[in-house]
Every structure is written in C-alpha cells, then in structure tokens.
Design a protein around this ligand. Structure first.
Ligand SMILES: [Fe+2]
Length: 187
C-alpha cells in the first residue's frame, strides 16, 4: 500500500497518522470492489471514523489567509481516488459546485455550513434550497450521478478541518474533482 503524505510540519505523528490513513485507504480500496450501495456505506463509515483522528485537528494551523487550504493526504497509485484534508478559516467558502466523481466527506473539527442547491431546468442555474449546520463527525457520500450541488463554508470563529475522499485523481491536468456550477444571484 502506498501511503503518500504531503502535510507540512508532520514528523512525530507520522506513524499514528499513517495508521488511520491506511485504514481509510484500505476501506476505500475494498469499497471499490463492491457494488454501489455497499461501496457507499463502507466509504461513508470509514471517512466518518477517520475524521476522528487527532492529527486532523492539528491541521488547523495549516490554513491559508487567501482561501480554504487543501492538503493532499493520499493519491491512489492506480488513480482511482484521492484523499484530502481541507482547512477552513472563518469566512472561507467553496464555490457552488457539483462533483465529477463520487465524493465522501466528514467534518473533523469546527463548524461548517452546507448550502444545497437545485438546478433550474430553464436556465441551468443553481438555486439555494437549504443551509445545514454541520457538526464534527458529520459524514456524507454523494454519487456524481446524483447531480448533488452544494457549497461548504465556515462562518464560525474557530478554524474547521474536513476530510474528503474523491473518486478521481486530484490536482492533475484534465480537471479537478469539483464541477463548477453558476448560482442564481437574486431575482
Ligand atoms: Fe463538494
């Protein structure tokens, strides 16, 4: 198993971190061998469990002033999936987006808001439906085919860290994991 870690400033916690990340990688690999429903259940449970790793909370100091920070924790050598930790400072929000592939995420610490959107058939614009407050260890899994469109962000004072697994290679030529969607901005 090839566990690649690309976190800044991580030395002492390497062994423990590799253990929890290794379990998550193993669960995703096992999930990929299963049917859709079993894959969903297995990966959602594994990402929720992994989000409890103390090392993820330590990443709060690796935020960025400019934008929420994305740290690649593991890139599958067979290019089937990628695992990232995202660090959200106060006031940092993702763009409105769907996904090019299945996506699982869980909140490790802090609070996030998730706004979910419906797509207007007439003009293809995203229309906000509801906004959910997410607490630590909340976990979700969506299939790309679900057409799930959302926006995550941190409106709270404390830094938040979330753990994401995408069924696609991250950060390479040919596209990212997110599919940008234009949202309606008032009538
Ligand atoms: Fe997303």
């Amino acid at each position: 198993m090839n566990i690649s870690l690309a976190l800044p400033g991580r030395s002492g916690a390497a062994t423990r971190q590799a253990a929890w990340l290794g379990r998550l990688v193993g669960a995703v690999e096992e999930g990929l061998e299963r049917g859709r429903a079993a894959r969903r259940a297995l990966i959602a449970e594994a990402v929720a469990e992994a989000s409890r790793a103390p090392e993820l909370r330590d990443l709060r100091r690796f935020g960025s002033q400019r934008c929420y920070a994305r740290h690649l924790l593991h890139a599958d050598p067979l290019e089937r999936f990628s695992i990232l930790a995202l660090v959200w400072r106060r006031g940092q929000f993702s763009p409105v987006h769907g996904h090019h592939a299945w996506c699982a995420f869980a909140l490790s610490c802090g609070r996030l808001l998730e706004t979910r959107y419906a797509i207007c058939e007439a003009d293809g614009l995203a229309i906000p439906q509801d906004t959910l407050p997410l607490a630590p260890f909340f976990a979700d899994f969506t299939e790309a085919a679900d057409g799930h469109v959302h926006r995550l962000g941190n409106a709270a004072r404390q830094v938040a860290v979330s753990l994401h697994v995408y069924g696609r290679v991250w950060g390479t030529a040919g596209g990212g994991v997110n599919r940008p969607v234009v949202a309606r901005t008032g009538d």
